[in-house]
Ligand binder design. Structure first.
Ligand code: PEP
Ligand code: MN
Length: 376
């Protein structure tokens, strides 16, 4: 599926101070001093392209700090006037959009909770009509690519052509080191469907802690994402929201210093040639893999027909265990992990079961007759 967003190239609206494009600032604007002082320190790093600050905060429980509200727009204006940094805020209602635009905010972002709700996204989209402002759309809280795409489409249909996505990870019941599972494949999928749509990574909300941010930030750059949005607070230890994941401007600067920006097309002719040869090898191996999987499925169909003719159940647990027990040590000899091998075999196995179920459920004709017919 190719998505057709009507958008302007990223570099026509995003001014990059220094590669990689970096949006930084506190999770929440708390006081005028906190915001302005943080902005000055971020500006001084020479790395920040845009200043972020949440002023309307979506909080899980009532009674938590719900953002400073509209007064924060005045503080953002001052921070921008003093540092020259363009500003970005989260908008979740039509009123937020109107107030933010009236206050001259440069970029609006849609939060993960809002993206998950098409009514909210449509309300925001309607309020954006007729305005030429950049909008960046975070992925929804839940791992649902269609919701993310749907939100981007609603905003694009409202006439917003300065559009980007933010990958901030997904909620999962599985306990892990991350606050929100990166599930990179969803972001990669979005990129495959809409290669021209810029994706910015939000390591702060993926990690939920400072320690893992460099790892996720580097990974995002290696996946050729267009930039990063990272939370930074003048004193994270006293931050009113997301204290564990915020970095001082100095710590952020140190992390950015160590990141490697690898350009997709960069490198000498020699490197490019070597890469082309390696890619060609990969293509050949992938073709062979597909051919072999096709052959495997043909055998699976034969087995399905035997089972049908002889009234044998499709799933035989012992056989499946045997396959796993034999293959895992074999795969480990090729440096393939147990987790990968299990997942890979499970995928093959579930497709085999699906094929055999299809054969079993074909009425009237017996398995072998059916095979005879299809090969006739
Ligand atoms: C934020 O950026 O501070 C925020 C609330 O993020 P998310 O919508 O990704 O949870
Ligand atoms: Mn936050």
């Amino acid at each position: 599926m190719k998505l057709n967003f009507n958008i302007q190239p990223f570099n026509t609206w995003a001014t990059v101070t220094k590669e990689p494009f970096l949006i930084a600032g506190p999770c929440s604007a708390e006081t005028e001093e906190q915001l302005v002082a943080t902005a000055h320190l971020l500006k001084a790093t020479g790395r920040v392209s845009v200043l972020r600050a949440g002023i309307w905060k979506p909080r899980t429980r009532p009674g938590e700090f719900e953002g400073i509200g509209s007064i924060g727009l005045e503080w953002l204006k001052r921070a921008k006037a003093e540092t020259g940094l363009p500003t970005a805020v989260e908008v979740a209602t039509a009123k937020h959009v109107e107030e933010a635009l009236a206050a001259g905010v440069d970029i609006l972002w849609i939060g993960a909770r809002s993206t998950a709700n098409p009514f909210t996204v449509q309300e925001i989209a309607d309020a954006l009509k007729g305005h030429d402002v950049p909008v960046i759309v975070k992925n929804p809280v839940n791992p649902d690519l269609s919701l993310w795409i749907g939100a981007l489409e609603r905003i694009n249909n409202a006439g917003i052509t300065k559009l980007a996505a933010i990958h901030r990870g997904f909620s999962s019941h599985e306990k892990s080191a991350f606050r929100n599972e990166p599930m990179w494949d969803l972001a990669i999928n979005l990129k495959t469907h809409a290669p021209e749509l810029p994706i910015i990574c939000d390591p702060s909300h993926i990690c939920g802690n400072r320690e893992l941010i460099p790892y996720i930030a580097q990974k995002a750059l290696d996946l050729d994402m267009q930039g990063l949005i990272i939370e930074s607070h003048i004193d994270p230890s006293v931050a009113w929201t997301d204290a564990k994941q915020q970095l001082t401007p100095a710590a952020l600067d140190a992390i950015m210093d160590k990141l490697e920006v690898r350009k997709p097309g960069a490198g000498t002719e020699e490197v490019k040639d070597a890469l082309a040869v390696l890619r060609d090898n990969i293509d050949k191996i992938d073709d062979l893999l597909i051919q072999k999987v096709g052959e495997r499925m043909k055998i699976v169909e034969k087995i399905g027909n035997y089972k049908k003719d002889n009234g044998i159940t499709i799933l035989q647990v012992n056989r499946w265990e045997e396959i796993l027990n034999k293959r895992i040590p074999y795969a480990s000899a090729f440096n393939l992990s147990k987790e990968f091998t299990e997942k890979f075999l499970e995928l093959l196995h579930s497709e085999s079961i699906r094929k055999q179920t299809e054969i079993m459920n074909k009425d009237g004709v017996s398995g072998s007759q059916q095979e005879h017919l299809t090969h006739a």
